[in-house]
Design a protein around this ligand. Structure first.
Ligand code: NAD
Length: 391
């Protein structure tokens, strides 16, 4: 019987396993993941802010997948592609006939001096908890330090991650002010963004609404300000310095380092895949989610790395492996976005939705949409458990 190794139990990996089981593939399925739990990566910013606990966004993998799936909890160190083996940190290698690599993302520093040493980033539960604990510790210290920088938080980058984090941090300020007996309006949030405009992928009036919302809630937005260096407590651009004892880095993501360590032709640990999501000259390997770069035939550019696309890729990869096992041809990946939701805390946000018409939403309505669906990505308009259950 063929073995299918699925690497990573994020949205893409879990969805692949679910589809393979649903399609009744005649194969042994092995799911390999570093932690025994799945976490909802689209909600990590809420852990950083402290509005959610890790237990709110994690669940046990074994209880989520069929008993027919072999689950190995270990770290993938590399892939021996020539011998079709997955190398693991603590267990023996896993041999495969088909591979689905869904190992996800890491924070991208772009090699900017001082970023790794002097900023907090979050790409998993542990790093999000560490960032949260740093914020609490630093605010608490103000009582004895009286250092204004203990009350300043800088978010570097205003992509979706940075903006959603700022929205969440805003909602926590009253609670922190009271808990640590801080001066009213003492906590200041800064955002330093290289681009001239926030959320350029959204219609103008929605991005303008988000900017107004952030500034009305006290966020000091510095757009058109490219960060060139970070020193301890200082974010540096060409002509300005910003001081704070909490600096959070959200300027983008790269794929898992396993890609770089496994001999792929890659850029930022992302591999340009074939139309059917397999890797050139390796029809048995499928790369999906943040480790893949998928050309969008309509624009000629790569699709963005969203959870929505990762889930759609999982369906295609699983269907294509099922086809190969049955001696049939694979089919190309096709994707139609159903829109984007950018939350600004639990009760506000902006959304552009292309489902049953075109919808542009802003304000509390988005909070309600988000509350109902408990996720930001419209395709998964459902909590991950429902996403995994849907056909
Ligand atoms: P991103 O690449 O989308 O945004 C990073 C931002 O940082 C950009 O605005 C960029 O101009 C800025 N930046 C980069 N280098 C800089 C520098 N040196 N100085 C100042 N600013 C700099 O990254 P992200 O926000 O982490 O998102 C990663 C992926 O995940 C994206 O594809 C995004 O669409 C997706 N995502 C989607 C959602 C959602 O749908 N709501 C939420 C979070 C992330």
């Amino acid at each position: 019987m063929a073995t299918i190794a699925v690497l990573g139990a994020g949205y893409a990996g879990l969805r692949t396993v679910k589809r393979l089981i649903h399609d009744k593939v005649d194969a042994h399925i092995v799911l390999i993941n570093k932690n025994p739990y799945h976490y909802e990566s689209t909600q990590l910013h809420e852990i950083v802010a402290g509005s959610k606990e890790p237990s709110d966004i994690t669940f046990d993998i074994r209880s989520a997948v069929s008993d027919k799936v072999e689950v190995i909890i270990d770290s993938v160190t590399s892939i021996d592609r020539e011998h079709r083996r997955v190398m693991l940190a603590a267990s023996k290698p896993v041999e495969y006939d088909y591979l689905v690599n869904a190992l996800g993302f890491e924070s991208e520093s772009f090699g900017i001096k001082g970023v790794t040493e002097n900023t907090l980033s979050f790409s998993d539960v542990d790093s999000a908890v560490a960032a949260h604990e740093h914020i609490e510790r630093t605010l608490a210290r103000y009582g004895t330090s009286h250092d204004e920088n203990d009350l300043r938080i800088i978010v570097c980058g205003a992509g979706f991650t940075g903006v959603e984090l700022l929205g969440e941090l805003i909602t926590m300020i009253p609670e922190w002010t009271s808990r640590y007996s801080l001066p009213q309006d003492g906590i200041t949030l800064y955002c330093v963004e290289g681009g001239k405009k926030l959320l350029p992928m959204l219609p103008e009036h929605l991005s303008a609404w988000a900017v107004d919302y952030l500034t009305e809630h006290g966020v000091q937005l510095h757009t058109g300000t490219v960060i060139t260096e970070v020193r301890p407590g200082v974010v540096v651009s060409a002509d300005q310095e910003f001081h704070a004892n909490t600096i959070i880095w959200t300027t983008g993501v790269r794929g898992s380092r396993v890609i770089g360590d496994s001999g792929y032709s890659q850029k930022r640990n992302r591999v340009v895949v074939q139309g059917d999501l397999s890797v050139k000259d390796h029809p048995e390997e499928f790369l999906i989610g943040d480790v893949s770069a998928v050309p969008d035939p309509s624009s000629g550019r790569m699709y963005p790395t969203t959870a929505q696309i990762a889930i759609a890729q999982a369906d295609t990869a699983a269907a294509n492996i099922a086809a190969l096992l049955r001696g049939r041809a694979t089919t190309p990946f096709a994707f139609t976005s159903v829109g984007t939701v950018c939350s600004l805390g639990p009760h506000a946000g902006v959304a552009s939705i292309d489902m049953v018409g075109h919808w542009h939403l802003k304000g509390r309505k988005v909070g309600i949409v988000k509350k109902l669906v408990n996720d930001r990505s419209v395709l998964e308009l459902s909590h991950v458990r429902e996403m995994l259950a849907s056909n």
